[in-house]
Design a binder for this molecule. Sequence first.
Ligand SMILES: NC(=O)c1ccc[n+]([C@@H]2O[C@H](COP(=O)([O-])OP(=O)(O)OC[C@H]3O[C@@H](n4cnc5c(N)ncnc54)[C@H](O)[C@@H]3O)[C@@H](O)[C@H]2O)c1
Length: 348
Amino acid sequence: MPVKVSIIGAGNWGSAIAKIIGQNIQKSIKFDPVINMWVFEETVNGRKLSDLINQDHENVKYLPGHKLPHNVVAVPNVKEAANGADILIFVIPHQFIPKICDDLKGHVKTGAIGISLIKGIDEGPGGLKLISDIIREKLKIEVSVLMGANIANEVADEMFCETTIGCKNPASGKLYKELMQTPQFRISVVDDCDTVELCGALKNVVAVGAGFCDGLGYGDNTKAAVIRLGLMEMIAFAKVFCKGPVSIETFLESCGVADLITTCYGGRNRKVAEAFAYGGKSIAELEKEMLHGQKLQGPQTSAEVYKILKQKKMVDKFPLFVNIYLICYQGKSVKELITCLQNHPHHM
Ligand SMILES: NC(=O)c1ccc[n+]([C@@H]2O[C@H](COP(=O)([O-])OP(=O)(O)OC[C@H]3O[C@@H](n4cnc5c(N)ncnc54)[C@H](O)[C@@H]3O)[C@@H](O)[C@H]2O)c1
C-alpha cells in the first residue's frame, strides 16, 4: 500500500512544504500521489480559501505568487484531511495545536507517525512542555521534528537551504528524508530530537532581541553579541530542560546556529520587534498590522520561557530571554536590552 501523507496546516510554511512534498511525491511510487492539506477555513477575496487553493492552486493569502502542485488538495475539515494518513505533518502556529489534536483524537490511523514543523513551546506541570510532547500525548503516535534555517518564501522560491530532522527511529527518518529532500532542500537527520525542537522555538526569542537592536539603531557587532549570548542561553536552557542528553553538535546543525542567524536577519519576529522599538504600538497591534494573518512566535515564546524559568526559580540565569519578555509585555524600555547585554553573566 502506498504511504499516505497529510499536511495539517496551510500557512506560509505549510504551503511551502506542500509545494515540495507535492512535487516530490509525483516522482515516487512509494507514496500515495494525493496529499490532503488541512486549511483553517476563511474568506479571502470573497471566496473560501480551500476553494481558492483547489481551483487556482495558489494560497494567495499565505504564500502568494507560488503555484501549488495539483495533487495537493485543500480540505477544511481536519478529521477528513487526516483520514487514512500514514504520515501526519503538523505545521500550524503552536497556540492552536492542543485544540487540533483534540479534534483529531480517535481519527488517526493506527500505526501513523507524525512530524512537527512547529516552532514554539508550552508550559506544563513539570516545567517545559514541547509541542511534540503535546501531539505525542494526545494522539499516541511517534512524533519527530523538522527545524532549520528555512524562511518559507525562500524555500518556496527554491533557493538552496538545509534543514534538520530530529528523529529517534531510523526507519522513520529515512522515510521523511525520501518524502521531503530535494536538491535545494537538504536534510540531516539526528536523534537529539528535543534539542532540535528547542532550537526552533528559542531562536525566535533571540530574533526579537535582534529586532530591538535594529530598532535602536545599533549595528552588526551588537546584533552579533545578541546572537552569541542568545545562543549561550539556548544551550543552557536545553541543558536544564531537555529530558535526554544534549549534544552541542546539534547546535551546529541547520536547526541551531544557521536558523538563529537567518531569523535574526530575515524573519518576521525581527521585523516586528524593530517596529516595536520605534515605539507607540503593542506587539499584538503590530502583529495584526504588519503580518496580515500570519502569526508571530518570538514574543509569545518569551512569555512561555519566562513562566517556566519563574517556576524553576531560574529567572536570573537567563537575562536575555527574560528582558525580551519584560520589554515585550511588561513595559520595560527597549533601551534596557543594551544594559542587559552589558551586564550579562558571561562578562562578569
Ligand atoms: N513561515 C516560515 O518561514 C516558517 C518557517 C519555519 C517554521 N515555521 C513555523 O511553522 C509554523 C506554522 O507557521 P506558518 O508560517 O505556516 O503559519 P502563518 O503564520 O503563515 O499562518 C497562520 C496560520 O494559522 C492559521 N490559523 C489562524 N487561526 C487559526 C485557528 N484558530 N486554528 C488553527 N489555525 C489557525 C491560519 O489559517 C494560517 O494557516 C509555526 O510554528 C512557525 O514558527 C514557519
